[in-house]
Design a protein around this ligand. Structure first.
Ligand code: PRX
Length: 653
């Protein structure tokens, strides 16, 4: 591999950032040598109701497994994100909301945000929602989404946000899994000029097993479109908000009380409800937001992630608001009305910190530089990237065109499970290498292990499975309702360590390069999907015998979805069946799971014990037909010839 280009620390940032290389090293060493002292000091960034006396109480060992941070402290996350800023920042803008239509916008100060949250928290209480209850939030990117999330935090209800792009069936499964009696949605969402039928989806979700679970819902009127309605179960947001008082007392929460559940895909079975708790998560969200983005008062901060993903939770809401930031919340898409929309928003609000995903950069790259160059972007200081490995070409385009060569890019590696960023460059500290997330943050002890779980010597060049040797405060605490699955998924392959499911390489300077998932999870446009989920959607079609889904390299999405499908003998493949299967997956999961390619397969490559050899399918999907490797252990090696032949038709179709 050729040596990557190195981008030195920008002169104009020197002396102005929180950290220098020397200070980072000192802090990092302290955080590893004495985590108790480090995390006790850092927790002071929050306001606690009852101060904690214990800091870290964690063990990854099976016999005595537990993860607890600040366990005897109490606090309220909403208080920390809003109330405590009222004294000095009541009139400061908390949210610049930019609608899908460039003419639509709203500005909400901290004082106004506090009022709206307090009222909505009273609405929840009026409808009998209390501490520990699960509230499903299925909302588009409108201020009411943040209001609903923080209102839950205020009264100690556990929010479970479901991405508004997920289908009715996905929503149904998530309502059912966490036994959620209450839901907040909107009549319709708006994206790229198109309407999304949210309330209609909810209605559909309630046709099945969630029907008897969900008791009530609140509906925000976003478009005024026609929607199904059921009296006594459905209530308008604006009408309920008129019925309640402005003051809402805070619930005192234990640091280890749950804050939210967020479903994410794994390599097996249905999506898991990742559970985060209050104290450690918020300390970690606030710290990483401040340090990674070098956030200072006065910054205008914009993270483009949807609130339905973890990035939207930690870096569009909890981290920045805990730090009293002014944030931008955008309802629409980067290409609407045209491909300069993001940069026009940057200019309109004078955004200084901008955080997005590589897939967005690649899709805008395709549109050419004119759309960027016709805007100023002079306000930008720091850029960020998250969700998937960023290819050096996209990195350089982002750096040269969006940041005009002035703004360092923080390539941040983390996961829904980690709660916040674990590996990232820091402004003013790290020379940048396009494609590398560089170094661990404070308190984070990464290591690379071989398939036997042996650590490949630290501080040397290596490649292996990326694990974390010790806990950090933002770590997930359990899979909701299934502690056994939590331990089995993350702590069993390599006992005594947290296994991320990612592979990585470390170069001789110690920089980490994430190479991608090593399990059956694919990353489509920065969104995680389990191949098993897509397969079970395809297999539900009566004409399908079985299917196997793998990822393949995709120019814009990073990975595309490639499905090998075996039909019943008497069923001929056809274009209309291909469309039916695509529709089925969209209906069962959502548009993000749409297969890019479906290849008809007379059989799948299986070992004699019946296990599908995905390695071979991945090679075929990637068109690496010369390097299929050993196929002699297959029950029927001839299957492969057929697959290779049909692959050519699939790709040219
Ligand atoms: O494979 C890694 C990839 O995204 C996975 C986590 O996905 P999710 O839980 O949906 O969270 C996405 C946002 C935090 C990881 O296991 N990933 C995330 N960030 C990066 C990345 N891969 C490479 N570089 C990154 N910066």
């Amino acid at each position: 591999m050729s040596e990557p280009k190195l981008y030195p620390i920008h002169n104009h940032l020197k002396g102005k950032t929180f950290f220098t290389a020397e200070k980072y090293q000192r802090f990092y060493n302290e955080s590893i040598e004495n985590p108790e002292a480090f995390w006790a000091k850092e927790a002071c960034r929050l306001d606690w109701m009852q101060p904690f006396t214990k800091v870290k109480n964690t063990s990854y060992h099976k016999e005595d497994f537990h993860i607890r941070w600040y366990e005897d402290g109490t606090l309220n996350a909403c208080y920390n994100c809003v109330d405590r800023h009222l004294k000095d920042k009541g009139d400061q803008v908390a949210i610049f909301w930019e609608g899908d239509n460039p003419e639509d916008s709203r500005t909400i100060t901290y004082k106004e945000l506090h009022q709206e949250i307090s009222k909505f928290a009273n609405v929840l209480r009026m409808h009998d929602v209390h501490k520990g209850d699960r509230v499903t939030i299925y909302l588009p990117m409108i201020p009411e989404a943040i209001i609903a999330i923080l209102a839950c935090a205020r009264i100690g209800a556990i929010h479970s946000v479901v991405f508004a792009g997920f289908s009715a069936e996905s929503l149904e499964g998530r309502i059912f899994d966490c036994d959620s009696h209450f839901l907040v949605t909107a009549d319709e969402g708006v994206r790229g000029g198109k309407k999304i039928p949210l309330k209609k989806n909810v209605e559909e979700a309630l046709q099945g097993k969630a029907a008897h679970i969900l008791k009530k819902m609140i509906v925000v009127k976003r478009t005024g479109g026609d929607i199904p309605w059921q009296e006594k179960r459905d209530f308008w947001y604006h009408e309920e908000m008129d019925k309640v008082a402005i003051d809402c007392p805070l619930e005192e929460m234990g640091a280890e009380d749950p804050l939210f559940i967020l479903y994410t895909s794994g390599s097996t079975g249905k999506p898991k409800g990742v559970l985060h708790t209050t104290g450690g998560y918020l300390v970690y969200a606030a710290l990483t937001h401040q340090y990674v983005f070098d956030y200072h008062p006065g910054d205008i901060y914009w993270c483009t992630a949807d609130i339905g993903w973890v990035t939207g939770h930690t870096y569009s809401i909890y981290g920045p608001l805990a730090n009293g930031a002014t944030i931008v919340l955008f309802e629409g898409v980067p290409q609407y009305p045209d491909a300069s929309r993001f940069w026009k928003i940057v200019d309109k609000y004078k955004v200084t910190i901008f955080y997005t995903a590589p897939t967005v950069i690649r899709s805008l790259m395709r549109e050419g530089t004119d759309f960027v160059q016709k805007t100023s972007r002079a306000s930008l200081r720091i850029l960020g990237s998250v969700g998937e490995p960023i290819n050096p070409e996209a990195w350089e385009w982002y750096y040269d065109n969006v940041g005009n060569g002035r703004c360092p890019i923080m390539d941040t590696w983390w996961q829904t499970e980690t709660g916040g960023i674990l590996i990232s460059a820091l402004p003013g500290v790290t020379p940048l290498k396009p494609g590398s997330a560089t170094f661990p943050l404070f308190g984070v002890k990464p290591a690379l292990v071989n398939h036997k779980g042996q650590i490949i010597e630290n501080n040397s060049e290596a490649e292996g499975n990326l694990v974390l040797l010790d806990s950090w405060p933002g770590q997930m605490r359990t899979v909701y309702g299934d502690q056994e699955r939590f331990i089995k998924t993350y702590f069993t392959d390599f006992p005594g360590m947290y296994f991320s499911g990612d592979g990585a390489r470390r170069d001789k300077e110690g920089n980490y390069w994430i190479t991608g998932r090593v399990d059956d999870v694919i990353n489509v446009s920065g969104h995680r999907l389990g191949t098993a989920e897509v397969e079970s959607a395809l297999d539900a079609h009566p004409k399908v015998v079985e299917s196997a889904v793998v990822g393949f390299p995709h120019d814009i999405k990073g990975q595309g979805i490639y499905a090998f499908v075996t039909l019943h003998k008497k069923e001929p493949p056809s274009e209309s069946l291909r469309k039916e299967l695509i529709d089925l997956v969209r209906r069962k999961i959502g548009a993000i799971a749409t297969p890019d390619r479906i290849q008809w397969a007379s059989g799948l490559p299986k070992t004699r014990s019946g296990k599908i050899m995905r390695r071979i399918l991945r090679k075929i999907a990637a068109n690496e037909l010369e390097t299929l490797g050993d196929i002699s252990t297959l029950a029927d090696p001839l299957v492969v010839d057929d697959l290779v032949k049909n692959h050519k038709y699939t790709v040219s179709a």
